[in-house]
Design a protein around this ligand. Sequence first.
Ligand SMILES: Nc1nc2c(c(=O)[nH]1)N[C@H]1C(S)=C(S)[C@@H](COP(=O)(O)O)O[C@H]1N2
Ligand SMILES: [Mo]
Length: 461
Amino acid sequence: MTQENPPTGRNDRGDGSRARSTQTLGFHRYGFPSGLWRWIAAHPPPGVGRIRWRSPLRGPWLTSVFGLVLLITLPVVIVTGLLSYSAYSPQFGQAMPAHVGWFRLPDFDWPTNPSWLYRLTQGLHVGLGLILIPVVIAKLWSVIPRLFAWPPARSTAQLLERLSLLMLVGGILFEIVTGVLNIQYDYIFGFDFYTAHYWGAWVFLIGFIVHIAFKIPRMASSLKTMSLRAVARTRTVDTHPEPTDTDGLVAADPSPATISRRGALGVVGGGAVLIAALTVGQTIGGVTRQFAILLPRGRDSGSGPNDFQINRTARAAGIDPATTGSNWTLTVHGNRSAPIKLDRATLAGMPQHTARLPIACVEGWSTTQTWTGVRLRDLARMAGTPSPHRTRVTSLERVGSFNQATLQANQIHDSDALLALQVNGQDLSLDHGFPARIIIPALPGVHNTKWVTMIEFEDAL
Ligand SMILES: Nc1nc2c(c(=O)[nH]1)N[C@H]1C(S)=C(S)[C@@H](COP(=O)(O)O)O[C@H]1N2
Ligand SMILES: [Mo]
């Protein structure tokens, strides 16, 4: 590896001359116009290269510890994030952004079994994403001298590495900011959250892969330089800088330690545990929900059997209670020449089925309740379309992008897929979708349409 600091810059150490001469070779080898590069090297932007980073804790070992944690955990966040896209049934063009070319997982029908699948994947995506924020910050802090190294690169390979670093750091910060804002506020962006978060993820992922390829050997060797057990026993007074490294992480003129390495790891780990404690309530529910301060949306979700999280109230969705009364009917389209109209009493008179199923929102929260209603496959048969290829559900709600959803074949066929009339033994509240709502195992929350007014079963074209 090479020393990135200019001859006159900070961290200029004994090994600098050796490193510099290899880089001079680099110029020739990669055909860089060396005059231009020398000029760039000699003209750092204001401030860059002047700051002295003096923490005695910075060094390859500490960076590698944070790196290892992220190397193991971030793939879970990435994969569950991409799965979230698949769970929206991109084959129907309803995942956002709809057109992503090659940048998506191969098409497959999102399963309905186990019913907690999306609860798990999305809960992990959001929960782990939040919990890792202190680790990401610590990792960035530990490599900060590198981020401001000048000149930005001395060879083509280094330029690629720096570019990947930009994608990695920029990408992860963008994903954290958009993700957190999205769960705290309702789509406040001037751009579409899904589109931004999706493309941000790919920028980050490419940077991540390139970074891993560059850094894994360095990480592995750095981790061997100290044992975690020894670090856990070392007090602040005995905390000394790591040996000088060629990457320039170790401070050239370190200050005395004000916190031990174990203390620093404890702060970061404690931060992660704190966020976990403030988050899990949104999955576990019950009394723990009170502590879920990262829980999005209001906390007043009504009373009795309908007292559980509401994504959007009837009022917020502009539902006129007058349209949900005795004049409400469900229109069912299928292969029958005329659509069927069913009022609520007729639906309640049909065979009812009860299932314990979760609602799991893209925002990470979830709740499992006991739902009762008519099986969707019974309605499909009634409409003369016993094996629909796809099914479109429309809400009374006029505006908003969640007022309709397209469902896959397996999502109609599942014996627990319901048009629910009741929850926990009582009629749905208006906020939970009265007179009738969709509830399907493992379906992302957003597609469990409330205030249903029409269902269209369609055969394959
Ligand atoms: N018509 C309609 N249905 C909807 C929504 C909506 O805004 N309008 N929100 C969806 C979302 S994002 C979620 S997570 C679930 C939440 O259901 P709940 O409010 O009953 O908990 O309803 C879904 N059904
Ligand atoms: Mo949702």
